[in-house]
Structures are given as C-alpha cells and as structure tokens.
Write a protein that binds this ligand. Structure first.
Ligand SMILES: *Cc1c(COP(=O)(O)O)cnc(C)c1O
Length: 352
C-alpha cells in the first residue's frame, strides 16, 4: 500500500533488459553513444520537432535548473506558482544554476495555488521590471504539467499562458516530471502539449514513470544547444558512461512503454479516487492524473500507517484530535496492484 510517491515503485523489466543489452562491448562516452543518437531521433519524431535539441540528465531538479538557467540571465526573474517544484522542492537549484536569478510567484485562481491564470501571470509580469536597473528583469515563465497538486492545464489554458509570455517576449518552460501522465489524460500528442501551444523547452520526466533515473531536456529551438551542453558539464551533470542513460530513455520510448505506464498509473489513481469518494473523504483538488489530495480523520491515518500504508500527510501532524480531518497526498504509480488499493480502501471503511 505504497502511495508516497511515484518514484517509490519498481522499474519495468523492459528497462532492465535494455540496460543489459546496452551492457556489451564499448561505446563512446559523454553522449556520443549510438543509443543517444537514437534517443534524439526518436524524441524529434515523437514531438514532431526535427530540429529539437535533446539532452539527458539524471534528476528532474537538474533538468529544470539547467533548462531554466539556459533560458535566463542572472539578473532576471523566473515566473512560477507558489507550489512549483522549482520553488518549493529544489533547494534553490534554479537560483544557483542561473547564477542568482530569482523566482517571482504567480498566484493561482482564488483558493487554488496549483495552476496560474493568464490574468495573474500578466499582472505579475507587468509589475516586475518597473524599477529600471534596480529591480529584477523579466525572465522565463515555468509551468508544471501535471501540476504539483495533481491537476492539469488544458491545451487552451496552456495556449492562453503562452500568449501572455509572448506578449512580453519571454520564453515558456514546462516542468514535465509527469509529462506522460498529463498527455494521456488530455489524450493529445506531445507536440500538442508543447511547441504547438507555445512551449519553448520541456523537462521531460522519465523517473516517476518507470525509469531508474533519467529525464530529458528538450529545446525546440536548437540555438540553446551549445549553452546547455556547457552548463550541463559545468554543473556536473554530463555523464561519462552516458549510454546507460540513453538505453533507459530508449526503452521508455519503445513500444509506447512511456504511454502505457502513464495510462496504468492514471487508471490506478482513478480507481483509488473512486473508492475514496465512496468513503466521503473530501478532496482538496480534483484529481486528473495520478495524484490525490484528500482528507481523512487522524484515527483512520493511524490505522492505515499501523497496517503498513505509506503516504505523506499534507497539512498537519498525526498527533491531535483523532476525529479531526487531516489532508494527505496519495500518489499511484504504474505498478501498484488493484488488490493493494482494495486493501487500503477496506482499512478506511473498517468500523472503529
Ligand atoms: C519529482 C519532480 C521533479 C523532479 O525531482 P527530482 O527529485 O529532482 O528528480 C520535478 N518537478 C516535479 C513537479 C516533480 O514532482
């Protein structure tokens, strides 16, 4: 009953097989391996972007921080939501890698901080760069798809945000740690969700959806390629035995493994959500991909933890009034079994 994160589960056998197959003979290092040429070709094809520059790194934080640092100057500011991973969960890596660019927070719709609105984005951007040489200059906008609260920007919403970034002539970055989960939920193509709506660069997640540890950074304009190369090396993220990163990403993109895993994770989450709704647990956000934020009484949390369930409480400690509701985050990956979800739901509905 493991709902702590989608990085907690196993790796599908196809990925390990691909690694074993890559593990023969010799290959050039630092991205000059034959598998990387295939990865680039495959990503260009999948994204319908024949010019795209493609790079692999091992963590999402490196992908975001290096991509954003390539899109901005140290005296600029990056626009993101208050709940953005780049703001809350990367230990200031974007600020560090960009050499001191700051983050400016864009509020969401009233009561919701998961997604930015075009109105708030426009107002927030307009307010920056009004102090001449004394203040931060406007820099890239970064959106997270799936959002950190398990919600998804529709293509129309992305288009509207991109229109605002273009008004100010700023680049648009997408943190796609859960890119595939969003894409299959929207039933669109990779191109639909990125360059066709005006996204300039993507952190294309692999780890949360079944890889050992690989994310791709994709720039639709190859003019950023050399700068990114240099920043990745300088930042210590250019892998010497690179073929093992390439082999993972290639397995991910072969036979639709990346889509299939995302469909499974989203289906598992929908099944859990359906069960939770039957228990009348209040939802904090409408789950649209593979994450649920819902509240349960402390006594129920205690029973679940005692039975070995793993997940994170979101807005309060376990100690306190046992009847009081405390929100929690439940994440489903591709591998969790329905039986484990059933066992979990049975524990929730079990009479006191
Ligand atoms: C997990 C995650 C990342 C990447 O995190 P790493 O731990 O650095 O791999 C980036 N963005 C979001 C929204 C995430 O959930």
């Amino acid at each position: 009953m493991f709902f702590a994160s989608d990085n907690s589960g196993p790796v599908p056998p196809q990925v390990l097989t691909a690694l074993a197959e890559a593990n023969t003979g010799y290959a050039m290092g630092y991205g000059a391996d034959a598998e990387m040429a295939e990865v680039t070709a495959r990503i260009r094809e999948i994204f319908e972007a024949p010019e795209a520059a493609v790079f692999l790194v091992a963590t999402g934080t490196a992908a975001n921080a290096l991509a954003l640092s390539t899109l901005c100057q140290p005296f600029e500011t990056i626009f993101c939501t208050p709940t953005a991973h780049i703001h809350e969960d990367e230990c200031n890596a974007p600020e560090f890698y960009s050499g001191g660019a700051k983050l400016t927070l864009v509020p969401g719709a009233p009561g919701f901080d998961d997604k930015m609105t075009p109105e708030a984005l426009r107002a927030t951007i307009a307010k920056e760069e009004t102090r001449g040489v004394h203040g931060p200059q406007r820099g890239p906008v970064s959106v997270t798809q799936v959002s950190e609260r398990g919600t998804i920007y529709s293509l129309t919403e992305l288009q509207a945000l991109a229109a605002v970034t273009k008004e100010f002539d700023l680049p648009l970055h997408m943190d796609g740690a859960r890119f595939a989960n969003a894409m299959v939920a929207l039933d669109c193509t990779p191109a639909d969700m990125t360059w066709k709506v005006g996204v300039d660069a993507v952190s294309f997640g692999g780890t949360k959806n079944g890889l050992l540890g690989v994310e791709a950074v994709i720039f639709f304009d190859p003019k950023h390629a050399w700068e990114f190369e240099l920043r990745r090396k300088r930042g210590g993220h250019l892998f010497s035995k690179h073929r093992y990163l390439s082999a993972q990403m290639l397995a991910y993109l072969t036979d639709d493994l990346w889509r299939d895993n995302a469909v499974k994770a989203n289906d598992n989450c929908a099944y859990l959500a359906q069960g939770l709704r039957r228990t009348k647990a209040p939802f904090l956000h409408e789950p649209q991909a593979n994450m649920i934020f819902a509240a349960l009484p402390r006594a129920t949390h205690q029973r679940l933890f005692d039975a070995g369930a793993a997940y994170h409480l979101w807005d309060g400690p376990l100690d306190g009034d046992p009847q009081e509701q405390v929100a929690a985050r439940f994440v489903c990956d591709w591998a969790i079994e329905k039986q484990q979800i059933d066992q979990f739901l049975a524990l929730i509905t079990q009479p006191e």
